[in-house]
Design a protein around this ligand. Structure first.
Ligand code: ADE
Length: 245
């Protein structure tokens, strides 16, 4: 997959992306990450990329021309059908479904928003996706871009050691992941649940499923509305106080 990130802070890249799974994917050629300085597409000698907002109000707005032209230059390299993601707290909240959709594409452009925001014509006429990584405001879209690249990279075939570890991922199943334990079986008087040491695989699977259900019910009840639940799951949840809305 080829990803071009457009940013006012190119020094922030590759940053943490050079470590771990993404770093390996880049070294192995599964992921190519290009970084474009939006300022290189400014029109004046001051390399201006922002301006006051029409209508008044605090905060500067990213000008459309450098963003459009940087994106068009990136698309000339990647192909005109590459999706264009604009990071913004005003966007649709990123979830694993959106990550799957974007991971199918051979190429992607990510525009990192900054300042008070980006001229709305970018969202209206250039971006195919406006994406927020959560209900909080960061100073810029660079970390959200890294979050998106990291999440995408896990889904590229061959990037994660065993595809099992992607398929069982929290959220991929529609539920939060069950608890995990490793050796030692007793640490500071806290022992691993007996069932995990029993060797009874059917019982282990049942325990894990129930733990996932309980955890999701307690921490993210919103996910239960759309999770694929078996009648036995619903019965278990009801027995533990869950009432479907
Ligand atoms: N830019 C600032 N905050 C953001 C957020 N939560 N998601 C995406 N981009 C952002």
């Amino acid at each position: 997959m080829q990803v071009q990130v457009l940013t006012l802070f190119p020094d922030m890249f590759p940053g943490p992306l050079q470590s771990s799974i993404v770093g390996r994917a880049m070294a192995g050629g599964l992921l190519e990450l290009g970084v474009v300085d939006i300022r290189d597409h400014a029109h004046d000698n001051y390399r201006s990329v922002d301006d006051y907002q029409f209508g008044g109000g605090a905060g500067m707005v990213m000008k459309p021309e450098p963003v459009f032209e940087a994106t068009e230059a990136a698309m000339a390299k990647l192909g005109s059908d590459a999706p264009v993601v604009l990071t913004s707290p005003q966007g649709r909240r990123l979830d694993q479904g959106m990550v799957y959709e974007l991971a199918q594409m051979p190429a992607l452009v990510i525009i990192c928003g900054h300042y008070q925001g980006v001229d709305e014509r970018v969202a209206e006429h250039l971006a195919t996706h406006v994406v927020s990584i959560g209900d909080y405001v960061l100073s810029g879209g660079e970390l959200p871009a890294m979050v998106l690249v990291e999440a995408l990279c896990r889904l590229l075939p061959g990037a994660v050691g065993s595809s099992n570890s992607v398929e069982g991922d929290s959220i991929t199943t529609g539920l939060l992941q069950h608890p995990l334990y490793t050796r030692p079986s007793i640490y500071r008087d806290w022992s691993v649940p007996d069932v995990l040491l029993s060797g009874n695989h059917a019982e282990i699977e049942r325990w894990r499923r129930r733990q996932s259900l309980l955890r999701t019910f307690r921490n993210r009840p919103d996910l239960l509305q759309s999770a694929p639940l078996q009648p036995s799951d619903v019965a278990f949840l009801h027995a533990n106080g869950y009432v479907k809305e």
